[in-house]
Design a protein around this ligand. Sequence first.
Ligand code: SAH
Ligand code: SF4
Ligand code: F3S
Length: 438
Amino acid sequence: MSNESPKTFHVKNYGCQMNVYDGERMAEMFAARGMDASDKEDADLVILNTCHIREKAAEKVYSEIGRLRRKDGSSPVIAVAGCVAQAEGPEISRRASEVDIVVGPQAYHKLPEMVAAVAKGESTVDLDLPGLDKFAALPKRRKTGPTAFLTVQEGCDKFCTYCVVPYTRGAEISRPFAELVDEAKALVDAGAKEITLLGQNVNAWGDGEQDLGTLIRALDRIDGLHRIRYMTSHPNDMTDGLIAAHGDVEKLMPYLHLPVQAGNDRILKAMNRSHSRDSYLRIIEKVRAVRPDIALSGDFIVGFPGETDAEFEDTLSIVRETVYSYAYSFKYSPRPGTPAATMDGQIAHEVADERLQRLQALISEQQAAFNRDTLGKRTSVLLEKPGKLEGQLIGKSPWLQSVHILAPGLSIGDIVDVDIVEAGPLSLKGELLMQVAA
Ligand code: SAH
Ligand code: SF4
Ligand code: F3S
């Protein structure tokens, strides 16, 4: 830490898309104050935007803090933001004395004041959970790539017994409809072709009578916006209005991330998921009825306390029944302060490892099969980044698959029509037809 005001900053994100969104807003805030973004190694201010969801994610922050010390023994101003900050609070500065600022996910709009306080020799902690204050305090969106994130909802009231999010992000709150439409328009003006609506339970978003389906229909009317996505959803908040939007809003991409976590009703109950295996499968049926080609993804936890071999088999069978295009799967990680951490029947690592391998093998098979099915199809691709080869660009299909295209003359942000000519297990190769939007 130095006593001069920092002139350069670096934000390092861990965790979910909500953290990525928060990190972008932090960067915008410092840029608006005339500071320059820089590499982690050179920055005067480093913000570690942390994740507390599993033990490994939370531990990463401490090793990173150690690595920030420079050869001459000095350190940049270090701010720990995000969910580890909220969960561990002042304990962080006790464990790592280099840390100057600890700021929770709902208080990061106060970072500039906190940085100023550090320049005066103070170290500061702000773990308020004030709800929507931060959004009003943040600068207008001016810079974005072709795909942008927009947080519409924060927090979680579901209290799944394994999960820290209700404690680190606070209660469910929705940002007002008009503010979101304005932010979406600002993002499109700044160059976004696709917007992904975000929330810990994004489909719990609501403003009066309006549900996420209504918001999606409003965004559908924004000229220049071509694609809408949303994540992560909870099965209990999957309203009929939102399902209907999948049937008739063309800009809403055919992709749904709907975590089920496990396939056995006793485990789902112990997890406090408040949906059953059957109610989940019924939602999938309804969504497929209006959008048969929808790509489904999900999250799974293996080795939840008390999970027997037979109960784990039910997870494999719900995967077989649902058929995913992609899914995330995790080994249960006991989190301090959550009810599951002290439940009887904690599962040995080797058992959980073996279950995770079996589940991941099945998911990989399904992903490869899903990709194979798109071979020979004609589809649109939004170009997002350069590929490794000369003249190659990588973009996403409507079903969120990576598509590699040899596209001399095209630019990032273009939307092009391609024929899928090769389908690997993880990505596709597309051949260009014509440009449909620039
Ligand atoms: N709100 C979302 C997801 C939030 S966390 C939902 O309910 O689906 C993202 C994923 O991390 C969860 O879906 C879950 O699969 C996983 N996860 C959460 N807590 C975990 C824990 N203690 N151990 C392992 N995985 C966990
Ligand atoms: Fe965590 Fe459950 Fe809330 Fe998702 S719904 S954030 S898993 S408590
Ligand atoms: Fe991690 Fe917090 Fe997101 S715990 S997953 S960064 S909400």
